[in-house]
Design a protein around this ligand. Structure first.
Ligand code: PMP
Length: 367
């Protein structure tokens, strides 16, 4: 009898070799004045009524959640004025993004996205077996949409457009995006990742939902993690035409979205005035931080997200360490830059204190 041999254990897909590990933002350092500005989270507690709904739902977690997310889907459809059949929910928008890849791409296929952008794109693309086609941002940290359109081939299945872009914060305006969409063949899915949509205050930046109505190959990704402050509950959703939304429901992990998350999301959608108030406060802080840095001579791309980006190059890690020593944890991208989430005013002030020190990446050291 022939005994099977496993020289080094079970065989794993070679496609997984070399996948970069997702690096979460570091937690706040220990200490009285310690703030986490490393994961683009919302510094505020849950919106009014949300905690109560979540606690009530927690009392039922001996049961599986509503797999169809019925109440949430109805609420989303009502809130955004889209048919229920065009919505799909998932375990965070990154979960939905992974499902989109499962639904569209595999070995031999290509996935285009700007780089640097959201760090999950290369990971989930590689897991799918498809090939990443990374198109460098322009010198102004913008998507190079002409180059992205030029990169489309017969093998292209999906294009991520992160608007505004994480980690640079720069948003694409309507004419550029429309010109790009006009160049994308209808069989290629364009995923408009609008994780930070609620923080956009530039009226020239289009709402992806308008584009999904105009272009059947556009899928809009949104999340409850950022403006709504439900990052820890893992819930996001997509809006797309029926066949894409149906494919997302097929690729969903059964019962992936907990009842706590579903009910908290419904309650969050019903807290619109409080949401707008908080978003307004964060946007005002973003502008204050941006103006202060710019006045000191920093070159900071205009951000439409809840974060700012400093292209510090080789000084990035050292700058992040100096921030941590001052009580704020920020997100370095070694050799490239540092992303700093807009948090409570006192946290932002601690960061500004570090950014003011020229020897630690202030005006004289900026890249
Ligand atoms: N898209 C972008 C651009 C992001 O920055 C993030 C979170 N960092 C996500 C999607 C995923 O967020 P979540 O899975 O929490 O919805």
């Amino acid at each position: 009898m022939c005994t099977p041999t496993f020289p080094s254990g079970p065989r794993l897909r070679p496609a997984l070799d070399g996948i970069p590990t997702y690096r979460p933002g570091r937690p706040a350092a220990a200490g009285a004045a310690a703030y986490k500005l490393s994961s683009n989270e919302n510094p505020y507690p849950p919106l009014p009524g949300v905690m109560e709904q979540a606690v009530t739902a927690a009392g039922t977690f001996n049961r599986y959640p509503d797999m169809a997310c019925t109440a949430l889907m109805a609420e989303l459809a009502d809130h955004f004025g889209v048919p229920v059949g065009h919505i799909a929910t998932g375990t965070g928008s990154v979960g939905v993004a992974q499902q989109l890849l499962q639904a569209t791409a595999g070995p031999g296929d290509e996935v285009i996205y700007a780089w640097r952008s959201f760090e999950a794109y290369p990971i989930i693309t590689q897991i799918s077996g498809a090939t990443s086609v990374q198109v460098p941002l322009t010198e102004n940290e913008e998507h190079d949409l002409d180059a992205m359109a030029d990169a489309i081939t017969e093998r292209t299945r999906l294009i991520f457009v992160c608007n505004p872009n994480n980690p640079t914060g720069v948003a694409i305006r309507r004419p550029e995006l429309v010109r790009f969409l006009d160049r994308v063949p209808p069989e290629v899915l364009v995923v408009l990742d609008e994780a930070y949509r609620e923080f956009v205050d530039d009226e020239e930046v289009p709402d992806g939902l308008g584009l999904y109505r105009a272009y059947p190959n556009v899928c809009v990704l949104r999340t409850f993690s950022k403006a709504y402050g439900l990052a820890g509950l893992r819930i996001g959703f997509a809006v797309a035409q029926e066949p894409v939304a149906a494919a997302l429901r097929k690729t969903a992990v059964p019962f992936g979205v907990s009842q706590v998350a579903q009910d908290a999301a419904v309650a969050s959608l019903r807290s619109e005035p409080a949401l707008l108030e908080r978003v307004g406060a964060l946007v005002a802080e973003r502008e204050r931080v941006w103006k202060e840095l710019t006045a000191r001579g920093w070159v900071v791309p205009p951000s439409q997200g809840n974060f700012v980006w400093l292209r510090l190059g080789p000084a990035s890690v050292e700058f992040a360490q100096a921030c941590e020593a001052a009580g704020v944890t920020v997100r370095p991208f070694p050799g490239e830059g540092v992303r700093v989430t807009i948090g409570e005013p006192e946290a932002n002030d601690l960061f500004l204190g570090v950014a003011g020190a020229p020897e630690l990446g202030g005006p004289s050291a900026r890249g």
